[in-house]
Design a protein around this ligand. Structure first.
Ligand code: 5AD
Ligand code: SF4
Length: 479
């Protein structure tokens, strides 16, 4: 192998992780690494991991096991993201060929960590949470395992970047390598302080910290200058955004920031995710009403329709309060499409509780629901709860819920037939001879176009809806 530094990165999990990977890639490219398409071509193999549910976490360890033998070729392995933060240095025991473990709150230290990994001149004084573990080191020395534990042989340098929910900084980077040239993410807030009883995120992504609205707007303008037309503002809970400083008098609420991004010249669509009902203000709907570039879609995770379960989940709102927010959305001038997340089988969820969730689906009439079986997660308060629901019963409830929602979507999607809708062109499906578009409502709309008027990916075109399915619309381009 030449002296060239190459890396392969695979990403699991949510949009926050996808965007973090874009920042990590940007940072590595800036550090002189080249991104390659396969594990075989890479000197450094990175997994940006998710631990939201048990299955997501297992994937990482399966991947690491698959490629263990490649260590003999001098390749290095790194685990980033939520599993890294959650499992910390325990990963070195489970997968001894790993030499880098780094949670998202420590990505800003990646350049120093990479230098250590490569054995270049290393520690800068005052860099927090970057600990080199070199050579023959006992577990005791890493401060993790009780005294008297057997020594572990660790070969080669190992580097960790782990957060203790103390970090105040965001991972802002000028080297973000966005993969899509038309629509891109901007992080506005990192971490989470909500501590819902089932959720690992407050433990894996650190405490809540917002970026200044000035820096968010600067990034939005920069993206518009580069030709981006759609921006998605990201955070675990964008509604608790708190502008830390900025220029005097320029401190913005989330709704004001949303509107300001929507007013950046060149930007045609702005989305945001994800919202917590407790902090969701009416001013967000007012902003959607006032600024046409703000997409008419809100994702508002409800998790359960039962007050008893919501309380056990420590969600900090009641069904009634949630429905009040839905009523705001329904009073908007444009029809706002609403999607949600639901967990079935939370400990103690009775058949009656579950039926309340089903009735909530009917009452709201969602355009989409992401459904999950409750999965017990390390560190979370709900681990201590009794009354676990058997997996078979969770699966049954999931099935019932999904089929109820499918009926709701069939009805909702049918209503669009005959209407004209603008889509952003996202791609082409050759085998079906169709173009793939996305509506402002965040629906997939596949459409046909005359051969002599083929649209370009990234363009906005008018379509007429001619058919509907439970999860997508069918249309024809209006020429
Ligand atoms: N088990 C099942 N689903 C979960 N989610 C978060 N934590 C868990 C868990 N422990 C779901 C929630 C959240 C979505 C991103 O993942 O519905 O909104
Ligand atoms: Fe997964 Fe949550 Fe981490 Fe996103 S924040 S990668 S969903 S655990």
């Amino acid at each position: 192998m030449s002296g060239e530094k190459t890396f392969y990165l695979e990403t699991f999990g949510c949009q926050m992780n996808v965007h973090d990977s874009e920042k990590v890639i940007g940072t590595l490219l800036h550090e002189g690494y080249r991104q390659v398409e396969s594990v075989e071509q890479a000197g450094l193999i990175l997994y940006n991991t998710c631990s939201i549910r048990d299955k997501a976490e297992q994937k990482v360890f399966h991947r690491l096991a698959d490629y263990k033998k490649l260590q003999a070729q001098g390749k290095k392995f790194g685990v980033l993201g939520c599993v890294a933060q959650q499992e910390g240095e325990k990963i070195f025991e489970r997968a001894p060929h790993v030499s880098l473990v780094c949670g998202s709150a420590s990505y800003r230290n990646l350049p120093q960590m990479l230098a250590q990994l490569e054995g270049r001149s290393t520690l800068q004084s005052g860099v927090p949470h970057v600990s080199p573990i070199l050579g023959d080191v006992g577990r005791r020395d890493s401060g993790l395992v009780a005294q008297g534990s057997p020594l572990v042989r660790i070969t080669g340098p190992r580097v960790t970047g782990l957060d203790d929910r103390e970090t105040d900084q965001c991972f802002e980077t000028e080297f973000t390598a966005r993969t899509n040239p038309h629509r891109g993410y901007i992080t506005i807030i990192e971490g989470c302080d909500k501590f819902c009883a089932y959720c690992v995120v407050p433990f894996t992504r650190g405490k809540e910290r917002s970026r200044t609205s000035d820096s968010v707007l600067a990034e939005a303008r920069q993206m518009a200058d580069l030709g981006y037309t759609e921006i998605q503002l990201l955070g675990q809970n964008v509604n608790s955004y708190k502008d830390p400083a900025g220029k005097p008098g320029s401190r913005k609420t989330f709704a004001e920031l949303l509107a300001a991004v929507g007013e950046v010249p060149g930007i045609k669509r702005v989305r945001f995710t994800t919202s917590h009902p407790r902090d969701f203000g009416r001013d967000i709907i007012d902003a959607i009403d006032a600024v046409p570039t703000l997409c008419d879609h809100v994702h508002l995770p409800v998790q359960s329709g039962s007050d008893k379960v919501l309380n056990a989940m420590q969600r900090l709102y009641t069904r009634e309060q949630y429905l009040e927010r839905i009523a705001w959305m329904k009073s908007a001038k444009r029809g706002v499409s609403i999607t949600t997340d639901v967990i079935v089988g939370f400990p103690g969820e009775t058949e009656e509780d579950f039926h309340q969730t089903l009735s909530l689906l009917d009452e709201v009439g969602y355009d989409g629901v992401f459904t999950f079986k409750y999965s017990p997660r390390p560190n979370t308060p709900s681990l201590a709860l009794d009354d676990a629901i058997p997996d078979q019963e969770k699966s049954r409830r999931l099935e019932v819920l999904m089929s109820r929602q499918k009926e709701i979507q069939i009805t909702r999607y049918k209503k669009y037939i005959g209407s004209n809708i603008e889509v952003m062109v996202e791609g082409r499906n050759e085998s079906r001879n169709q173009w793939i578009g996305r509506t402002s409502h965040n629906k997939t709309l596949n459409f046909t176009a005359p051969a002599d008027a083929s649209p370009k990916v990234g363009a906005y075109v008018q379509t007429r809806v001619v058919g509907s399915f439970p999860n997508s619309l069918l249309g024809e381009m209006v020429v």
